[in-house]
Design a protein around this ligand. Structure first.
Ligand code: APR
Ligand code: ZN
Length: 244
């Protein structure tokens, strides 16, 4: 996978860059992507069937336990070279914005200081009715833990299908996408909106689109550069080619 010379030269001189990441950047850390088939106990479920308010209403314990399993799994894995390369890229670009759809917190653990988390964070838990953030809870009791204030069920502080994104995060993401000169779409299938439309917002304002993915996606034909492969290999190679 050679990185095109003109992309290398471009990255040496631009000031404003956005990177949007999806589950693909955490895949090499050992976390499943959303479209992967699940393994083990959860193999009978599709993530897209569990990450919904309806699933939680129907069977709160099942959804709670799935997130508790993922919360613990995240604590067992480490950021990978892809996450670390993004920290390095940010160090070379005056105005770099990192936007993620991931809820695993691996960008923060890799050292990214500011992460626009469009879909929340799995380590945070909130009340399903008053929205109060929970400070502590019993992770593996027989019951789904309850809010201290209003006694409703607690839930993961993540955005489920059909739910709206945190407005402030979405506005920050859209502002960055409108202003950037280069927009990276990394490890995302680009099928979940509004995250997926950020690339088009950037491109409409003249930004160049760079897609990094092991497979092509609906964005690939619109991208100015498509770097096919593993993010954990391509991103470090890009840092080396551009900044030596
Ligand atoms: N390197 C680069 N890309 C990869 C890698 C890798 N090592 N492994 C997988 N991919 C790509 C896949 O080809 C796929 O296009 O990452 C993408 C993962 O896509 P999804 O599983 O759909 O994850 P994502 O795009 O983040 O999903 C978006 O949808 O399910 C909801 O809220 C959830 O945030 C999630 C959102
Ligand atoms: Zn409450």
């Amino acid at each position: 996978m050679g990185i095109q010379k003109d992309l290398i030269l471009l990255l040496r001189k631009v000031d404003r860059v956005v990177a949007l990441t999806g589950a693909g950047i955490s895949q090499e850390s050992g976390l499943q992507t959303f479209r992967d088939t699940q393994t083990g106990l959860w193999s009978q479920f599709k993530p897209t069937e569990l990450a919904t308010p309806e699933a939680f209403m129907r069977n709160p314990k099942l959804v709670w336990d799935w997130y508790a399993m993922r919360r613990n799994k995240v604590l067992d894995v480490e950021p990978n070279p892809g996450h670390f390369a993004i920290v390095e890229i940010a160090g070379h670009i005056p105005d770099f914005s990192l936007i993620t759809q991931n809820v695993d917190g691996l960008h923060q653990r890799a050292g990214s200081p500011k992460v626009i988390e469009l879909h929340g964070n799995i380590q945070r838990v909130k009340c399903s009715s008053c929205g109060q953030q929970a400070q502590a809870w019993n992770e593996a009791g027989d019951e789904v833990p309850k809010c201290e204030i209003c006694k409703s069920l607690l839930r993961p502080d993540v955005v489920w299908f059909g739910e709206s994104l945190p407005q402030a995060m979405l506005e920050a993401a859209e502002k960055a996408a409108r202003a950037c000169q280069v927009y990276f779409s990394i490890g995302t299938s680009g099928v979940v909106h509004p995250a997926a439309s950020l690339a088009l917002t950037a491109s409409a304002r003249g930004a160049l689109i760079v897609e990094i993915n092991t497979e092509s996606t609906p964005l690939t034909e619109k991208a100015d550069y498509y770097l096919q492969g593993m993010a954990g290999e391509i991103l470090p190679a890009l840092v080396k080619s551009v900044w030596g």
